[in-house]
Design a binder for this molecule. Structure first.
Ligand SMILES: [Zn+2]
Ligand SMILES: [Zn+2]
Length: 655
């Protein structure tokens, strides 16, 4: 991507950020009314509390950005609540619509807004100038003619205002002509420029009532209205095209694809990150300006600024989304660094960033982060981040686990890769242990601490399980002969890992249920507890039980097969593992023979039977055959599947 493209992309992002600020203002007033939050509906932004946290008691922090919904007084004082709701709803829709516009249309919207702004500014300046000139003495034509210097001197302030106004109006006019989105006819442009300049010239004429500013303002407004009206068919067509595009996309690709395409086109995370940084920048600036002058490079003051940033950074829904986007960016980058360290090719997009963002938002919602008072909010935010870090350890483990397995199974001779994977595993354990130790030292017991401990212990157990499997596979690769007990050991380690995971999950469920009932209710938490119970416990338990029963039936099936008494006499290989059937070492490997007279290692055949019930060589159904032969040893039923199997093999060969 070249520099020009980067700058254009950045401008595109910047143009979309103001919509988020509008949403932010609306949410700032309405978040608590949505009823989404649990019972901690405290009055928003109690400033004394804020000062407590920040530790600067003689500083009173005014609400920095005026909330549209501070309707107790002022402009909105006499508007009814329902009207305000309608306005807020419209503003939300408009902001969301603007946010998703194509760039060229977005530019049009800004041109329109900018020209409105210029015209209003021009009118305002003219009004100011006429007031100023009226208070100053004007120069009459007669005194000019007579070269009455005294009169001229007395008129200087008035002249000064006039010249200033002319200069301002020229700037406004040129701005208006530059962004003018109507047809650019020279005559029209000249008229428009005159509309800006005429009022400031006419103030020199001593009229009873100077109505030129009003007329020029009216003319310019008419021009804007005309341009908008002449563009209306285009706007209508664009909206229609857009809707048909969305509908056709939905029909052909589905909703998820559409959402993904729009997500990529708008670069949503970047918009939110930019928004958040600008927002926090504004708040910090206001804080610094409004507090007493001090040295802002001191550690204590920097800490205060950091706290202000955190508190202000999660006070509304858009702010929380922005913060989650920042957090996920860091998580994603750190994960990529881990991947690089582990020498994993990361050609596919990692899901760690988006998943961290979603987790961050869920945690923020279930604790009602933005409705908390500042002191409680910063504590809660810190706790959420610790929970997310514990989750991140799980992500890292998920990355390192397959690396360990593949390195051990393939007996990879690259020592660096082994060392790095082991270092990451040990690092995970150390971080989890130290984190737990520190947290238990500095915090008294709470449901949060228990949840973090559960998560961290789970990571530690998982790492130990991975390392045990790694050791087993490595030992197997080093052994020259066939190790028939390996499968059992692997199964035991995996089983133990699953049991620990299940127990931790059960513990977390009890913990969440306790929080739900006794500490902090809310629909979101209840739904999450349900999700956790279903996906992490019920589904996992079902999968585990399935594996267990499948293994048990496989063992049972193997036991019913005939064992070869003297495998030394067999001069063949097992068709599953391609090792010799006859034992090469003193440890006796069991060889089984199927009813279709095919020979396999018992261990290999058992693994095969987890997956399917047919003989690997001739595709005959082993189990029903065993079953039927044990019940009724008639030949017909045995022949039928064999015929079927032969046909299938023929098909396979033909293909
Ligand atoms: Zn075998
Ligand atoms: Zn067979």
């Amino acid at each position: 991507m070249d520099t020009k493209q980067i700058i254009l992309n950045f401008l595109d992002i910047l143009l979309r950020v103001p919509s988020l600020f509008i949403l932010d203002e609306i949410f700032q007033s309405n978040l608590a009314d949505l009823g989404l939050y649990p019972c901690t509906l405290l009055p928003l932004h109690k400033e004394a509390d804020f000062d407590d946290v920040v530790g600067d008691s003689n500083h009173t922090l005014s609400r920095p950005l005026h909330s549209v919904a501070n309707y107790d007084s002022g402009v909105f004082g006499n508007l009814s609540q329902s009207l305000i709701n309608v306005i807020e709803f419209d503003a939300t829709c408009a902001a969301l619509f603007t946010l998703t516009l194509w760039t060229k249309h977005l530019v049009k919207v800004y041109e329109f807004l900018f020209s409105l702004l210029l015209v209003t500014a021009s009118y305002h300046c003219n009004q100011q100038a006429s007031i100023s000139v009226a208070t100053a003495t004007t120069v009459s034509l007669r005194s000019l003619w007579r070269l009455d210097l005294e009169a001229l001197f007395r008129a200087i302030p008035g002249l000064f205002f006039i010249v200033l106004n002319i200069a301002t109006q020229s700037v406004l006019a040129s701005g208006y002509l530059v962004v003018n989105f109507g047809p650019s006819i020279p005559a029209l442009q000249a008229v428009l420029a005159l509309c800006f300049l005429v009022p400031s010239l006419t103030v020199m004429i001593p009229l009873e009532r100077n109505s030129f500013p009003h007329w020029c303002f009216l003319l310019l407004s008419l021009h804007i209205a005309f341009v908008v009206w002449s563009n209306f068919s285009m706007v209508y067509k664009e909206i229609k095209d857009r809707i048909s595009y969305v509908v056709s996309f939905l029909r052909t690709e589905g909703f998820m694809a559409l959402a993904e395409a729009e997500w990529v086109r708008l670069n949503v995370p970047l918009i939110f990150r930019t928004f958040w940084m600008i927002r926090v920048g504004i708040h910090l600036y206001i804080y610094v300006v409004s507090s007493e002058p001090g040295d802002w490079t001191e550690t204590e003051n920097l800490k205060t600024l950091f706290k202000v940033m955190l508190i202000r950074g999660c006070e509304t829904l858009p702010a929380i989304l922005g913060m989650s986007s920042i957090f996920s960016w860091f998580a994603g980058k750190f994960y990529v660094m881990c991947q690089l360290f582990l020498m994993i090719p990361h050609d596919e997009v990692s899901h760690v960033g988006p998943v961290s963002a979603v987790l961050f938002i869920i945690l923020a919602f279930q604790n009602g982060l933005s409705t908390l008072q500042p002191a409680a909010r910063i504590v809660r935010l810190g706790r959420n981040i610790v929970l997310l870090l514990a989750c991140f350890l799980h992500f890292v483990h998920n990355a390192v686990d397959p690396v360990l397995m593949s390195l051990a199974a393939s007996a990879n001779p690259d020592v660096t890769r082994h060392a790095r994977a082991l270092a990451v595993s040990i690092g995970l354990t150390v971080v989890a242990f130290c984190g737990l130790y520190f947290l238990w030292l500095t915090h008294s017991i709470s449901t949060w601490l228990l949840a973090v401990s559960g998560f961290s212990l789970e990571v530690i157990c998982k790492v130990f399980a991975s390392l045990a499997l790694y050791g087993l596979f490595l030992a197997d690769a080093k052994l020259s002969e066939f190790w028939d007990k390996l499968d059992d050991h692997v199964y035991r380690v995996r089983f133990a890992g699953r049991v620990v995971e299940f127990l931790v999950g059960l513990f977390l469920l009890c913990n969440s249920a306790f929080i739900l009932i006794f500490e902090n209710g809310g629909a979101i938490r209840a739904i999450l507890v349900g999700f956790h119970a279903y996906f992490n416990l019920w589904c996992e338990a079902r999968v585990g039980w399935k594996i267990f029963t499948r293994r048990r039936t496989a063992v049972h099936k193997i036991a019913t097969l005939e064992t070869v008494d003297q495998p030394e006499l067999l001069d063949d290989v097992c068709a599953i593992c391609f090792h010799d059937l006859k034992p090469t070492a003193p440890n006796n490997v069991m060889v089984k023979v199927t009813p279709c007279r095919h020979y396999f290692h018992a261990v290999c055949l058992r693994k095969w039977l987890y997956v399917q019930d047919r003989c690997p060589m001739c595709h005959q159904t082993l189990w029903s055959q065993l079953h039927s032969s044990s019940l009724d040893p008639s030949v017909g039923e045995v022949i039928a599947p064999r015929y079927e199997a032969d046909q299938m093999q023929e098909h396979l060969h033909l293909d």
